[in-house]
Structure formats: structure tokens, C-alpha cells
Design a protein around this ligand. Structure first.
Ligand SMILES: NC(=O)c1ccc[n+]([C@@H]2O[C@H](COP(=O)([O-])OP(=O)(O)OC[C@H]3O[C@@H](n4cnc5c(N)ncnc54)[C@H](O)[C@@H]3O)[C@@H](O)[C@H]2O)c1
Length: 256
């Protein structure tokens, strides 16, 4: 898709990778709706970016909440053609702990709900709205970009819930692209490595340097802007579809 004169939704758009993508999309002229739970950050960002940027407090695991947000996005003065899924959460716990207690079930279910079901929820509702738009070059109506993680492939000790939820996103990418071929909507997933978002920013500088030193090249943490650039590359590149792209400086994570 060459023109960004369209409406877009970004889940998790109030922070980190989603915020960087929102900024880049707005800079290119898109009318972005930010879907996030964080009301203060989301509203402040929408106000700062101004124009056609709006914030809708959204829980991506909730049908009605996400429908309302997609409705807001489709009510803009241009067609909804872009959805970027960045909403996500983490959790660290071993399957069986040092004291032989089993992994709690609730956090496992919650991670799958937010990371996997939430991604699918935005994807299905956004794609249904895109299906109603006029086709562009090659019959393309829209594009969905999801966010997995390299943990989907190299999940570390304690990452079983997170890795499983992200593995689900990797698994749905091809069937989603195949399902949506009849409406001209492409689907790709980005699997980032270690990116310097508020999540990692809370670690001490030494710990962040140690993480960066383990990355083959470039020897630095990824930047949110690296992710945003790739998301926009995927949106622009009309022949990329059904693929998961690692963005990790060749990092392959060890068991711990
Ligand atoms: N930062 C990294 O190194 C890294 C690496 C690999 C993958 N990821 C993935 O990238 C995505 C973005 O991560 P980030 O680092 O920018 O984190 P972040 O915490 O900065 O942003 C995530 C956003 O998602 C929102 N969110 C959480 N649950 C939600 C829900 N139910 N409904 C709507 N919004 C919700 C949060 O409020 C937050 O604003 C996540 O899916 C994460 O798993 C991040």
C-alpha cells in the first residue's frame, strides 16, 4: 500500500512499539485510532499528535470494547486500511517452580487472552471493516501487522506462557493471510528481539548493556523506531503476505 492517506488502528498504541508506530503513521499522514488500556498516556499522545489522531480506551480481549474502537476508526473521513497489533503483556514463571509448585493457571490464561486472543480480535474486526472498502492496486484493501516475539521460537526458562501466546500469533499468520485473500487483506507478523521500550528501560543500565552485548550485530538493543520502520515497510510492500519476520540483530536466545 503506497498511500498512507488512510485510517489506521494501533493496539497498544499508547506505549513502546505501538507508540513509535503511531507516531510514524501520523507523520506519514494516516488518521490513527489508538486502542489501549492506558487512558492517560493514550489521550496525551492523541492530543500531542493532534489532527486526526484519536484515542479509544480499549480492552482488546473484549468484543464490545474492540468493536466500539473499530467503529470509531471506520467513522473517519478515509477508509480503514491498516491495523497494527502491539498490545501485549509479559509474565515469568517456570512450569514447575523451585519449590515444586506448578505454574499458576490464571497468568497463563491471561497471557493467551491478551497476546493471542486480543490480536485475533483486532485482526478479525479490522479485516471485516477493510472488506467493506474499495479495492486498490492488485485488489488490495488493507493490511494487518501483528507483533509476536523471538520467544515464539527461542522461549527461555520461565517464558512458557509468553512463548506459547506468541507462538499462537506466529501460527495464525499464514491461515489469516489465506482466509483474507478473498477480501484482499494481507497479514504479516513481526517477531522482535530485545527492544528498548519502557519494559526494558526499567532495568539497570548494566543489565541492559549485558543484554545488548549478547546481540551479534548491531551490538545494541533494538529501538522502537526500528520496529515502526519495519511495520511501515510491511504495509508498503504489497507482495509480503503470510510471513513472520524476525527483527533481532541475529539474536538466538539461550535457555536462560
Ligand atoms: N520490548 C521488547 O523487547 C519486545 C520484544 C518482543 C516482543 N514485544 C512485544 O511487542 C508488543 C509491545 O511491547 P512494548 O515493549 O511496546 O510494551 P509496552 O508495555 O510499552 O506496550 C504495550 C501496550 O499494550 C497495552 N495493553 C496491554 N494489555 C492490553 C489490553 N488488554 N487491551 C489494550 N491494550 C493493552 C498496554 O497498556 C501498553 O500500552 C507486545 O506484544 C510485546 O510482547 C516486545
Amino acid at each position: 500500500m503506497k498511500s498512507f492517506d488512510v485510517a489506521a488502528v494501533v493496539s497498544g498504541g499508547a506505549s513502546g512499539l505501538g507508540e513509535a508506530t503511531t507516531r510514524e503513521l501520523v507523520a506519514r499522514g494516516a488518521a490513527v485510532t489508538i486502542l489501549d488500556l492506558q487512558e492517560d498516556r493514550g489521550r496525551a499522545l492523541a492530543e500531542e499528535l493532534g489532527g486526526h489522531t484519536t484515542f479509544v480506551r480499549t480492552d482488546v480481549t473484549d468484543d464490545a470494547s474492540t468493536r466500539a474502537a473499530i467503529e470509531e476508526a471506520t467513522g473517519k473521513d478515509r477508509p480503514l486500511r491498516i491495523a497494527v497489533n502491539c498490545a501485549g503483556i509479559g509474565w515469568a514463571q517456570r512450569t514447575v517452580g523451585r519449590d515444586n509448585s506448578p505454574h499458576d493457571l490464571d497468568p497463563f490464561v491471561k497471557l493467551v487472552m491478551v497476546n493471542l486472543v486480543g490480536t485475533f480480535n483486532v485482526l478479525r474486526l479490522a479485516a471485516a471493516a477493510m472488506a467493506e472498502t474499495e479495492p486498490l492496486e492488485d485488489g488490495e484493501r488493507g493490511v494487518v501487522v501483528n507483533t509476536a516475539s523471538i520467544a515464539a521460537y527461542d522461549g527461555q526458562i520461565g517464558q512458557i506462557a509468553y512463548a506459547a501466546s506468541k507462538g499462537g500469533i506466529v501460527g495464525l499468520t499464514l491461515p489469516a493471510a489465506r482466509d483474507l485473500s478473498n477480501v484482499g487483506v494481507r497479514v504479516c507478523t513481526i517477531a522482535p528481539g530485545l527492544v528498548d521500550t519502557p519494559l526494558l528501560g526499567s532495568l539497570p543500565a548494566e543489565a541492559r548493556q549485558a543484554l545488548a552485548a549478547g546481540i551479534p550485530f548491531p551490538k545494541r538493543l533494538g529501538r522502537p523506531a526500528d520496529f515502526a520502520q519495519l511495520a511501515l515497510d510491511v504495509i508498503e510492500h504489497g507482495y509480503l503476505n503470510g510471513e513472520v519476520i524476525r527483527m533481532d540483530g541475529a539474536l538466538r536466545m539461550a535457555p536462560r
